[in-house]
Write a new protein. Structure first.
Length: 276
């Protein structure tokens, strides 16, 4: 009875007052947590394959076999932490044309393209890794060739070129290509530093430019990484060694971490890793 007097003089007034207070209490809207960043998709391109063995080392090992072994180890390391998804341009000992490799990376909407090779050199004393990006002249030729395509049905940097006049499409492609080349060069510099940091031997002039067909995607930053030379016996021994494959993969993964660490993440759901 004392509670009724304190609230409103009677028990009959106390309960409605409490109910009214409950009805008028402000509601705090629940905020949805931000979706986790979308895992970056890295296209790994093990060079050669199928009827194209690439270089053959002194031991008889083919380049196509060496680079595929490194690619699968790299895939394992990249996907282990669920920060990355990986798409291989070939799965197994298959021949895939160079332009098809680029098309597969673009179709997968790759954020980065890494082509792996292990070449030969006329001088068997030459050894070490080298990183290539697209040369300026090759970039300009590719931009012109893409702009000249009759259908121009591809999306470049999210823009449907069919909706653009020819001169506008040409400018858009050139701008996109130049931005992509600059990003590729940034990643190449990071890659060289990561290789050296992890104790991987490199050539004195480690970052070079060339017109490799697999580097010509207008909107996917790309490098071609020569892991070493099968024509050099020291390099060949390393390239046949699983522990060295793991070291190479750690260096490449570290370079990817550093590169993407400087670039904003895209929000979105975490899709399952897709194998191609």
């Amino acid at each position: 009875m004392a509670l009724g007097v304190l609230v409103g003089g009677s028990m009959g007034l106390a309960m409605p007052a409490l109910a009214q207070s409950a009805r008028t209490a402000p509601t705090v809207p629940k905020t949805k947590p931000a979706p986790p960043p979308r895992p970056r998709l890295i296209a790994l391109d093990p060079g050669h394959g199928g009827a194209d063995p690439g270089t053959t080392g002194a031991s008889g090992m083919h380049e196509k076999t060496v680079v595929y072994a490194v690619a699968t180890e790299l895939e394992r390391q990249l996907t282990a932490g669920r920060r990355y998804r990986v798409a291989l341009t070939r799965r197994g000992d298959l021949f895939v044309p160079l332009r098809e490799r680029v098309s597969r990376a673009r179709a997968a909407r790759a954020d980065l393209f890494i082509s792996l090779h292990a070449d030969s050199h006329p001088d068997s004393g030459v050894r070490g890794a080298t990183v290539y990006t697209l040369s300026e002249g090759a970039s300009d030729r590719e931009a012109a060739a893409l702009a000249a395509k009759e259908n121009k049905a591809d999306l470049v940097a999210g823009i449907d070129l069919r909706r653009q006049p020819d001169d506008v499409a040409s400018v858009l492609i050139e701008m996109t290509q130049r931005g992509t080349v600059n990003q590729s060069r940034t990643f190449a510099g990071i890659m060289v530093e990561a290789l050296r940091h992890h104790g991987v031997a490199t050539l004195p002039r480690s970052h070079r430019h060339a017109g490799f067909a697999v580097l010509t995607a207008p909107d996917v930053p790309a490098i071609l990484l020569e892991l070493g030379y099968l024509s050099n016996r020291a390099d060949e021994r390393l390239l046949l060694n699983k522990a060295h494959h793991q070291k190479l993969a750690r260096a490449i993964a570290a370079a990817a971490d550093r590169y993407f660490g400087t670039r904003p993440s895209q929000p979105g759901p975490v899709p399952a890793a897709k194998k191609t």
